[in-house]
Design a protein around this ligand. Structure first.
Ligand SMILES: NC(=O)c1ccc[n+]([C@@H]2O[C@H](COP(=O)([O-])OP(=O)(O)OC[C@H]3O[C@@H](n4cnc5c(N)ncnc54)[C@H](O)[C@@H]3O)[C@@H](O)[C@H]2O)c1
Length: 462
């Protein structure tokens, strides 16, 4: 083995490009490998195919220092690496909630026959429990001294660099003290900085990731379930969340009511966890996760229903401004984005939807070409009868009524993320609505009057 260790990263997508650039910044020589030749060329030219704060600078300094490079060549990777990280995607299988492991399987199948010296293969992708043990058996046949470990990744899009360099914890699922020693070398810096390092068997390491995601999803859906109750009884879920969060046993993070979670990880991971539990005949234990998913999806239709209510029951031809397309601020990722999903539902109800997002417009356009898009917030809001704030970017959370007063046709705003203070909006004559908040009846507007003259109504239920 080389000293320092030489690392490869198989799969240079969101996780892989972050891991590769971060490892290079820690002083390792790193070779990123991807089957997508265009992505490899882009990365070698210093261009990230994703929006992630701080990552472009890290990528470029890695390339400039020659500690970091990208290739499509597995033979180069096999010859180069002492430690091979698997960071390939694990999307849902088409038409099913089970994880599609074909990318991960191909990484192992591509690498194993080329390995001719001792090395550690380390899975970082999120996989169904039991996957690592199967891959370990495949790799054991590749040759003496080739071993598998599992080291799940907990980074969050939007803060990926900080999460990767200074994680809350590192989990090392290993089959030998040798593998543990290698991972301690790789993560020497964060360990020295005090990051807890947990050593487990392979299965616990795999579970650590999906269980963490299941817990976070449950916390979000719990407060959103409370929002449903608040709506029924006239309570205020924002106040309730603050009160619950002040309890140190509960904590306030992931307890903000709104339109719920999305993205490329949480939804698919909890569904794949449920599907895997059924295979293992432990589905009863995870039955509650089905409800977590259902509560989450209900928030999207509820907010569309609220929009419809504000348009007096009919959104046909109503100009609607949607603020946000990314599934969360700090990211351009629109995979299973609640904001974009709501925009599509409103479009399906006949609204003339215009979406603005500071980073995700290109991805949103590709994913939902049927929607209207604007290059600026002002352009999106101009002549709108209704504004929906659906991704809590800082520029939206800091909006004041007079930023929009003269642009919009009607002062209706739905705060889908619960980030605005209702008082100044209501004082400025806006009809401010949010999920799980005590409702004030919408004032009769020219639009409402027009609609009620026509009659009829709609609902977003699906
Ligand atoms: N995105 C996140 O925030 C995040 C966080 C933690 C864990 N994860 C997990 O990490 C894994 C990767 O997620 P992602 O978001 O980076 O996915 P992604 O789709 O952005 O990236 C996957 C990359 O792997 C490449 N690839 C596919 N097959 C390959 C092969 N045989 N050899 C080399 N490269 C190959 C693809 O071209 C793509 O660039 C998933 O299991 C995900 O659940 C993601």
């Amino acid at each position: 083995m080389n000293d320092p260790l030489r690392l490869t990263v198989l799969g240079a997508g969101y996780l892989g490009s972050t891991h590769a650039a971060c490892m290079a910044s820690l002083g390792f020589d790193v070779l990123g490998v991807d089957t997508d030749a265009e992505k490899v060329d882009q990365l070698n030219a210093g261009h990230l195919p994703i929006y992630e704060p701080g990552l472009t600078a890290l990528l470029r300094s890695g390339l400039d220092s020659r500690r970091l490079a990208f290739t499509t060549s597995y033979p180069h990777a096999a010859a180069f690496g002492d430690v091979h990280f698997i960071c390939a995607g694990t999307p849902p299988q088409p038409g099913s909630h089970h994880a599609d492991l074909s990318q991960v399987n191909r990484c192992v199948a591509g690498l194993a026959p080329l390995l001719d010296r001792p090395c550690l293969v380390v899975g970082k992708s999120t996989v169904p429990v039991g996957t690592a043990r199967r891959l370990a058996a495949e790799l054991a046949e590749a040759g003496d001294g080739v071993e598998l470990a599992w080291n799940p990744e907990f980074l969050r899009e939007g803060s990926a660099v900080a999460d990767a360099l200074a994680p809350d914890r590192i989990v090392a699922g290993v089959m030998s003290p040798w593998a543990e020693g290698i991972l301690r070398q790789v993560y020497a810096r964060p360990i020295a900085d005090g990051t807890p390092f947990f050593v487990t068997e392979l299965e616990t390491a795999e579970l650590a990731k999906v269980a963490a995601n299941a817990f976070l999803a449950t916390k979000i859906s719990f407060i959103n379930a409370m929002a449903e109750v608040c709506e029924a009884v006239g309570g205020n879920v924002r106040a309730l969340a603050q009160i619950l969060g002040a309890d140190s046993r509960i904590g306030s993070s992931y307890l903000r009511p709104g339109i719920g979670f999305g993205g490329g990880c949480l939804p698919k991971d909890i569904r794949a966890f449920i599907a895997r539990a059924a295979e293992l005949e432990t589905d009863q234990a995870l039955g509650f996760l089905r409800e977590v998913d259902a509560i989450n999806l209900r928030r999207r239709t509820r907010i569309a229903d609220l929009a419809c209510e504000l348009a007096d029951g009919n959104l046909a031809d109503v100009p609607v401004c949607v603020l946000g397309a990314a599934f969360k601020p700090g990211s351009d990722d629109v995979r299973d984005s609640p904001a974009l999903d709501v925009a599509q539902i409103l479009h399906g109800m006949g609204a003339r939807v215009t979406v603005y997002d500071p980073a995700a417009l290109a991805n949103a356009r590709r994913a939902c070409p049927e929607l209207g898009y604007a290059a600026t917030l002002a352009e999106a809001a101009r002549h709108a009868y209704l504004v929906l704030l659906l991704t809590e970017w800082a520029e939206f959370a800091q909006l004041r009524p007079d930023d929009l007063d003269t642009l919009v046709a009607q002062r209706n705003i739905i705060d889908g993320r619960g980030v605005l203070d209702p008082a100044p909006w209501r004082a400025a004559g806006w009809n401010y609505r949010a999920l799980g908040m005590a409702l004030t009846p919408p004032p009769s507007t020219p639009l409402a009057a027009r609609r009620s003259a026509k009659g009829g109504g709609q609902g977003a239920s699906r």
